[in-house]
Design a protein. Sequence first.
Length: 378
Amino acid sequence: MQIKCKRRLPVVLSVTLLAAVLSACGVKAPPVQTGMPVQTPDSGNVTITKTKAKATETELYSAPDGSFSMQIPAGWSVSSGGTGMYHSIRVTDPEEPLNQMFVLLKADALLHSQAGKEAWQYTYAAGNSQAYLFTLAPVLAQPSTENFYKLFPQYADFAVQAEPGYAGYTFPRFEDFTVTERFPSAGNFGQAALGDELLRATFTEDGREGEGMFAATVVDFGPVQIAAGAPSGYQIPSADGGYYMAYNIMAVTAAKDTLIEWEDVLTQCMGTLEYSQAYVQSVQQAGQEQVAQAMQFSANGNAVLDGIMSSWEARSTSQDIISQKQSDATLGYERVYDTQTGEIYRAENGWSDTYQGGRYEPVTDDSMYTKPISGYIE
């Protein structure tokens, strides 16, 4: 059954399988823009070049294997990997890879403790070949959305070793993950969710700074006592080899100081993601979720995306004002606005001193620094 909603990410999670699969949403694509310099009807004969985000056109992307489709910014790259509930999608701007949308339906195994990992290593060395993947798994000692993303580079390395379906797929890294603002979770995992939040955070990738909005719900699948060493008398040392899983993993990111320009485009596109019915059925038939506790959980990805958008709207704007002013100063810009349309533009420092028209005025209200710029005045 399809869920109709406004600007939402439709996700249908099977209660018994926890199959977080996304269905159609009816979200309109962002307005089509040409991105070409525009002459404005002004006595100063001002020429404006729209920002890349403002000029974005969208197009429908359909996966070659028929598994999913979504609207994406025209010319952006789409890659996917994994199978079943481990499916992941990454949509990136070839000219600026920090501009991206990322979805991962499920991540596991995230071990409870280092002692548990060492116990799995002992079990594997003792001849249990099935323990091998657990010897590679990352440790999430303090389960939360934030800590999941802090170890994400480790998880990405583990995932490509554990899941053959990720061959050729490149995960984002989200290194140096630093939370700048927290918001209440929008998911409905209830008490099963551990440290569940929506996050605004900065990160680095290949040494470059990015920022984004992030969601993930961590769930505990219980303790598993396993042998942690050779018997001593009648006692067999043991450790908790249990693990967590993470669901509803979503992120929209952009180069530092530009998320304010890209957030609306990216969340609208994310809201059009649709998994095919054939893919949904294949996940259900696979019966991947066999842990009994999984039957207690159901989450709605619509709520997650709604939460990302509402959190962005409710964010503390003080950091935007500071960062945008710093960016202008660093790059040598002043900020002006169109008195007829209210749109905001960047111009080279001193431009307003020589401008002879009456349409554009310098920005004096700090609240204007919380709005995306529409372009650059030539």
